[in-house]
Unconditional design. Sequence first.
Length: 398
Amino acid sequence: MTEPRLRDVYIVDAVRTPVGKYGGALAGIRPDDLAAHVVRSLVDRTPDLDPARIDDVCFGDANGAGEDNRNVARMAVLLAGLPVTVPGVTVNRLCGSGLEAVIQGARAIAHGDAQVVVAGGVESMSRAPYVLRKPERAFPAGHQEMFSSTLGWRMVNPEMRPEWTVALGEGAELIADAQGITREQQDVFALASHQKAVRSWREGGYDAEVVPLPGVDLVRDETIREGSSLEALSKLKPVFRTAGGTVTAGNSSPLNDGAAALLLVDEEGLRATGREPLARVRASAVTGIEPQLFGLGPVEAVRRALDRSGRGFADLTTFELNEAFAAQALGCLGQWPDLDPSVVNPRGGAISIGHPLGASGARLAGAVAHQLAAAGSGTGLAALCIGVGQGLALVLER
């Protein structure tokens, strides 16, 4: 029996909100409303497509402990006014959740289980609630511990090895230690992220993908620092190690709010949109690594994805690598000697733009697709490190 041929998967469009800072302009917007906004915007930009033809809406969401509970993808479908026949599913691969949603949507289309999928991600770190364990017995007399669900480890299983559950920033410090990455190198990398983002916004580099929310005074990413300098960055104190630390708030990604969505189709779905695709999905890969070294998760995932695509580092025309920490990004780049660093994050990265956990992977995939479309041809790659030790990568082509 012959194996069925996998279908080609195309990205027709990709949108995202401006990324808001923690407690900033988007803090008053519920995460399900953020998700609904990008879904509605995506549909409105393709008027030839009957929304009833959407086979599924797949969204990444890292926390899901607050207003994004009860399957935020399905909530987005309903709030966006799509037909109630359009289903929705929410996936969680922590920082890679948005990219995981894109990969799962593409996989469904490639195998013939769908023709049109909306895939994306959302996170409101501002609105992530505090959570309380349910007491083991009724009517406890003592005080109860409350946990923030914004970021990082909480309610850790005592069976977990202590070295696995260090703070994310300490994991970045471990990479800096192992590879001899200095504080100055991290600050230089962070400054370049801001400078590239500022330049891209000035030149209209994000005009094709960013869809501001009506009634919200935010038209560009809120955490970009136009006046940043090495002098200013060098004055910031280390956050995770008081003695000898190199990881600061300035060379780390901030806490953020935002959402992103992509329209994925097969050839028949493409004809229904009446549009030219931005890019085609080529290959993906996911890998695991020691949890405390999560920042190096993309190293092997990128290699595997490129190998599966039949491409190499020399073929890449753009590469969106999530900048969780400068130390982490530099640690990955140091493991890819054949990669041209000039193709990495050409329009800025998460240190400047922001990292709304569940949305970031979808933002990266959308950015790669738009950059390939603007160039007219090429091979692009999106990759993220993931807390608890994973890496995720997606190769696109045009």
